[in-house]
Design a protein around this ligand. Structure first.
Ligand code: F6R
Length: 361
C-alpha cells in the first residue's frame, strides 16, 4: 500500500499536490473570493480576538495563521500549545473566537482546551482531518482538511492542508470585514494554483543530494523570521523527531541572545531566507552564523544567486507572495528530514517514543 514508495512519509509528501486540491474543493469562487459556509452563522465582523490552540506541527500551522491574520485583520491572535492553554485562565466574550487545530482530532490536551473554552461559553472552530473524531464532535463547527489518511507518524501532507485552510480562513475573514484588496486576490490566486507549484518543488532532486552533506551531524539550528519563524520551528521538529538529530528552531533575531554560542563547525544552520521584507535581516543573521564557521544550508527564492556567496548549500523555491513561503517551503523541510532519517538508517514512518494520536496528557 506504499504504492511503490519506500516509506509512507515519502508517499504522503508526494501526495501533497492532490491533497491540496482536495482541501480547496469549493473554497474559492470563480473570482477568487473565499468560501467558508461553515462559518456563515458566526459573527465574523465582530471578532476582535482569536484564541488558537494546538500541539506540535498543528501549533506551527497556527503560528503561520497568527502572522498572516494579524497583518491584515484588526484582531489579536493569542496562540498557545494546548498542554499550557488548558491550565491557564480563559477570557471569553462575544468578540472572541477559538480555533483548535488537530489533524487526528483526538489529541487529549487540545480536546481538554476545547472543553474549557466551551465551558466558559466560547465558540470553537476545529480544523481536523478525521471525520467524526472527538474534537469535531465537541466543537461548534469543523473545517475538514480532506488530506486523506496519513500513516506516517510525522505530519506531512496534513501540515500543508492545515496551512491551506488557515490561509483561506483568514482570507474569508478579510473579505467578511470589507478589508479585501487586489493583494488578497493575488494571494488567493496563488493558493489556488499552489498544487502545481508544489509538484515542481517536490521533484527537486537537489533536496536529497544536499541532505547527504548533513546526515552525520549531531546538531542542527533552524532560523527564520516573521511568518517563517514557524517554518524554522517546524523544520527543527521534523528533523529531530525522525532523525534523532538535536535540532533547535529560533526566530533569527534571537540568535545573539544565547543560541549563537552553540555554533561551530559541528553545528550547521538551516536558514529560511526567501526574498521577503525581512530578507536583509536574514542575510545579516546568516553572516553572523558564518563567522562561527557553521555550515550553512539556505532556502532561498529562485534567482537569488547572491545568497550562494554566504551559504554552503542553497535550495531554491519559486517566487510567491511573501506570506505564502511557509506553504511552498513546507515540503522541502519535510523531504530534507525524511532523507536524513532514511540515510541514517531510521524508519521515518515509526519514530521511537511517538504515536500518531496522542490521547494521553
Ligand atoms: C509532528 C506531529 C505532531 C502532531 C501533534 C498534534 O510531526 O505530527 O507534533 O502535530 O501531536 O497532533 P494533532 O494534529 O493530531 O492534534
Amino acid at each position: 500500500e506504499k504504492g511503490g514508495f519506500k516509506h509512507f512519509m515519502l508517499k504522503e509528501i508526494d501526495e501533497i499536490p492532490e491533497s491540496i486540491e482536495s482541501a480547496l474543493v469549493g473554497r474559492f469562487d470563480d473570482d477568487y473570493n473565499p468560501v467558508m459556509h461553515e462559518l456563515d452563522e458566526f459573527n465574523i465582523e465582530k471578532i476582535k480576538r482569536i484564541l488558537l490552540v494546538a500541539c506540535g506541527t498543528s501549533y506551527h500551522a497556527g503560528l503561520v495563521f497568527k502572522y498572516f491574520a494579524e497583518k491584515y485583520l484588526n484582531v489579536d491572535v493569542l496562540i498557545d500549545v494546548a498542554s499550557e492553554f488548558r491550565y491557564r485562565p480563559i477570557r471569553i466574550d462575544d468578540e472572541t473566537l477559538t480555533i483548535a487545530i488537530s489533524q487526528s482530532g483526538e489529541t487529549a490536551d487540545t480536546l481538554e482546551s476545547i472543553r474549557a473554552v466551551k465551558k466558559a461559553g466560547g465558540k470553537v472552530v476545529a480544523i481536523s482531518n478525521v471525520v467524526g473524531s472527538t474534537i469535531t464532535r465537541e466543537s461548534d463547527v469543523t473545517l475538514y482538511m480532506n488530506a486523506g489518511p496519513e500513516i506516517g507518524v510525522a505530519a506531512s501532507k496534513t501540515y500543508v492542508n492545515q496551512l491551506i485552510l488557515l490561509y483561506t480562513l483568514a482570507l474569508y475573514m478579510i473579505k467578511k470585514r470589507n478589508l479585501w484588496t487586489e493583494e488578497h486576490k493575488k494571494i488567493a490566486k496563488q493558493i489556488v494554483s499552489s498544487a502545481n507549484l508544489i509538484k515542481k518543488i517536490i521533484s527537486n532532486k537537489e533536496i536529497e543530494r544536499v541532505s547527504d552533506h548533513y546526515k552525520n551531524y549531531q546538531h542542527f539550528m533552524y532560523i527564520g523570521r516573521g511568518v517563517n519563524t514557524a517554518t524554522a520551528l517546524e523544520g527543527a521538529l521534523k528533523l529531530k523527531e525522525i532523525s534523532y538529530i538535536n535540532a533547535v528552531g529560533y526566530p533569527a533575531g534571537e540568535l545573539k541572545h544565547g543560541p549563537i554560542a552553540l555554533l561551530d563547525p559541528t553545528f550547521p544552520v538551516f536558514a529560511i531566507a526567501p526574498k521577503d521584507s525581512l530578507y536583509e535581516k536574514m542575510r545579516s543573521n546568516i553572516e553572523e552564523t558564518r563567522a562561527r564557521n557553521a555550515r550553512i544550508l539556505t532556502i532561498a527564492t529562485e534567482g537569488d544567486t547572491e545568497i550562494q556567496k554566504i551559504s554552503h548549500d542553497v535550495l531554491y523555491v519559486p517566487e510567491v507572495h511573501e506570506d505564502l513561503y511557509p506553504l511552498v517551503i513546507a515540503p522541502v523541510i519535510q523531504l530534507f528530514a525524511y532523507y536524513i532519517a532514511d540515510k541514517r538508517g531510521y524508519d521515518p514512518d515509526k519514530p521511537r517514543n511517538l504515536a500518531k494520536s496522542v490521547t494521553v496528557e
